[in-house]
Design a binder for this molecule. Structure first.
Ligand code: SF4
Ligand code: SF4
Ligand code: SF4
Length: 286
């Protein structure tokens, strides 16, 4: 009896291992930045994000359907409204170039390093599934599962957007424009308005909530190659798969998830929403 209870407790604990590891990872970043940069903001900022992510993933593990929306809103609103609008930090890709050109390791450069460049080696495109403030709105639209085939060729637009953002900030620096900080703040507001408008329009045209992520988002130029090597990924036990196609139907990102290889089609598009694992009748996905 005692043995059975212990085994049960252990399996309960291991279920929440990802949440615990996420919390520890963010606390490590929070404490390291707090001590090295001697700034309490980093401790509070990364502790808050870590708490939201670990609580959200724990709720998700416990089977709460609202878990992903909860994390998206808690982290997304904080970053958009508090860091972006209230603290006037440009947290978009233009902000990343801006701080990079200033050789300043803070705000958007730290955010990009943790969430979008090096973090994806550990947690793939978890940012896209649980924290992005653009997708936080798009995910409330009616087309959670794409209603039309993916337009593979349109993916080229993300590289155009990436180069445009780099060219825009480079031009501002080369022309030695004054009041650059103020301009970056207004660019942040205008950029977000553009993302929301184009994101909603694309979702309605393609009947696909995540069309913006697939075709236009410049951040994916960082996210895709890094997440290819991600430690955290959806595995498929191909021996159990009966090729019913249910996982492919529910996947919002058109990932060929019923293949185990990292080279699966659209593998670097996975946002770790785990809709596929819930739909598999053979428990082949985990
Ligand atoms: S692809 Fe871009 S817009 Fe979509 S969730 Fe990721 S970062 Fe956000
Ligand atoms: S449904 Fe599965 S394969 Fe598709 S994005 Fe979500 S976790 Fe990834
Ligand atoms: S839902 Fe499961 S059984 Fe069906 S194709 Fe996907 S992995 Fe295979």
């Amino acid at each position: 009896m005692v043995k059975r209870t212990t085994t049960k407790n252990r399996s309960g604990f291991s279920k929440y291992l990802v949440s615990i590891l996420l919390f520890l990872l963010f606390e490590t970043v929070a404490i390291t930045l707090w001590l090295t940069k001697n700034n309490l903001f980093y401790l509070l900022n990364f502790s808050y994000i870590g708490c939201c992510l670990s609580l959200g993933t724990a709720l998700f593990t416990a089977g709460k359907r609202y878990a992903r929306h909860f994390v998206q809103l808690a982290v997304g609103c904080y970053m958009l409204l508090y860091l972006g609008v209230f603290s006037r930090e440009n947290m978009q890709i233009e902000g990343f170039w801006y701080y990079l050109f200033l050789s300043t390791f803070e705000a958007a450069t730290i955010h990009y390093a943790v969430a979008k460049i090096f973090g994806p080696l550990l947690f793939g495109r978890g940012w896209c599934g649980y924290a992005c403030w653009t997708a936080m709105v798009l995910d409330f639209l009616p087309y959670k599962q794409p209603q039309k085939p993916r337009k593979e060729k349109l993916g080229i637009l993300r590289y155009v957007m990436f180069l445009l953002s780099l060219a825009l900030v480079s031009a501002l620096f080369l022309m030695q424009v004054t009041h650059l900080e103020k301009i970056m703040f207004w660019m942040f507001l205008a950029g977000n308005a553009f993302y929301y408008l184009s994101g909603i329009t694309l979702a309605l045209i393609f009947k696909d909530n995540r069309a913006f992520c697939k075709y236009l988002c410049p951040v994916t130029v960082f996210l895709k190659p890094m997440s290819y090597f991600s430690l955290l990924r959806v595995h498929c036990d191909e021996r159990k798969c009966v090729h019913c196609g249910k996982c492919l139907q529910v996947c919002p990102m058109n990932v060929e998830v019923n293949k185990e290889t990292r080279k699966r089609k659209n593998g670097t598009e996975c946002i770790l929403c785990y809709e596929c694992t819930k739909s598999c009748p053979k428990k082949a996905l985990h």
